[in-house]
Ligand binder design. Structure first.
Ligand SMILES: NC(=O)c1ccc[n+]([C@@H]2O[C@H](COP(=O)([O-])OP(=O)(O)OC[C@H]3O[C@@H](n4cnc5c(N)ncnc54)[C@H](O)[C@@H]3O)[C@@H](O)[C@H]2O)c1
Length: 348
């Protein structure tokens, strides 16, 4: 049994608790939040025995094997490092952190303490995403040519908390949600990003963080993809991703209309996908499995860092209006599923 502590009981902690409730080999033994009201609510709703008023008390609890760091972006780095140093495995919410130095610190702390570090890139674990990736990996559609991924939705500025409207705290649509788009795109492209050219701006709202981004990402196998992340003031939502391969095309989406479709013979055909009991069930399964089997999680620290490097490079490109080459070199040589990245486009 994996005994978990949840740090931070804001909105999304509920999805973590719902997912853990669907698993037999994971249980929540403690929660921590600065405020009594959410502590009481979560403990009552989910039957959690212990509640602490700060993360430091929770980290002193020897019964806790692993923690979920589920609070503001600006706190991810400090709390993850503290948790790893306290000997806990960590699932940290996305975005991993606010600089590459912070990401490096977190990866080093995981290594030094021999604990697992996973980034909660939740859209990686949707049934639709996993089914889409399995189709690409099967080789049925041939080599990937290009991909376009969207997350365009209402920014709901009226209810958006201040930290998500300010880039200083890691807010804005690009860092908050572009991270999901870049993750899905990069994973599907099965290669490592080498450069980015982007346009990012605050175009539909009055706030200190951006609300719209379009990034053109070049991959090391010579292909390129486009990530679109827009928090509009009014419009129609789109969470889709389309990958065009040499022998067929693929489309998938989790929100709005939920589907996985393969395009062949100039027609689209629906393909089956798993619909887990809670949206984060597969994410927690993967985290628990990585600890049990002592394997790198699918969205481990190094993968999470690569995604942040793309996001930060896009921000630089938006300012300089030039293509920005990533510094990471060829160190990222494996996809999260353990398969080598493709450095050459395979010709059919
Ligand atoms: N994966 C997803 O799809 C998804 C969706 C939404 C949010 N998120 C991420 O989850 C994170 C949290 O988002 P949220 O909207 O739930 O946050 P939030 O701001 O609503 O809640 C954070 C909570 O942490 C508590 N807290 C702050 N400091 C603490 C400390 N030192 N010890 C204990 N508790 C402390 C606060 O009191 C608050 O209740 C963000 O990074 C966000 O990007 C992910």
């Amino acid at each position: 049994m994996l005994n978990v502590g949840i740090i931070g009981l804001g909105g999304i902690a509920r999805s973590h608790c719902d997912a853990i409730a669907t698993l037999d080999d994971v249980q929540i033994v403690a929660v921590a939040d600065l405020f009594e009201e959410p502590r009481k609510q979560y403990m009552e709703t989910y039957g959690i025995p212990k509640g602490y008023s700060s993360h430091t008390e929770l980290l002193d609890d020897d019964e806790v094997d692993a923690v979920a760091v589920v609070l503001g972006h600006q706190l991810h780095h400090r709390l993850t490092v503290d948790s790893l140093n306290a000997g806990k495995h960590v699932l940290v919410e996305k975005p991993m952190a606010l600089s590459l130095e912070q990401c490096d610190d977190m990866i080093a702390a995981a290594g030094a303490n021999q604990r697992k570090l996973m980034v909660g890139l939740s859209q990686h674990f949707y049934g639709t995403s996993l089914a889409a990736k399995a189709i690409l990996d099967s080789g049925e559609l041939g080599p990937v040519i290009t991909g376009v991924c969207y997350m365009s939705k209402n920014w709901t500025i009226e209810s958006r908390r201040p930290q998500y409207r300010s880039r200083y705290h890691g807010g804005g649509m690009w860092i908050c949600n572009g991270v999901h788009v870049v993750d899905r795109l990069t994973w599907m492209m099965a290669s490592q990003a080498m450069s980015v050219s982007a346009s990012i701006g605050t175009r539909a709202h009055y706030q200190a963080g951006d609300d719209s981004a379009t990034a053109f990402i070049r991959y090391k196998n010579g292909t390129a993809g486009v990530a679109v992340s827009v928090g509009y003031a009014d419009g129609g939502p789109d969470y889709s991703c389309q990958i065009i391969c040499a022998n067929g095309s693929l489309r998938f989406s989790e929100h709005g209309e939920q589907y996985v479709r393969v395009g062949k013979g100039d027609k689209w055909e629906d393909r089956p996908f798993e619909d887990p009991p809670a949206p984060m069930t597969n994410e927690w399964k993967a985290f628990a499995e990585s600890i049990e089997k002592d394997i790198e999680p699918a969205t481990g620290g190094r993968y999470g860092r690569q995604i942040m490097e793309i996001l930060f490079a896009a921000e630089e490109s938006a300012i300089t209006r030039e293509e920005v080459v990533l510094e990471s070199g060829l160190d990222w040589t494996y996809q999260p599923n353990g398969a080598p990245i493709t450095t050459e486009h395979g010709w059919v």
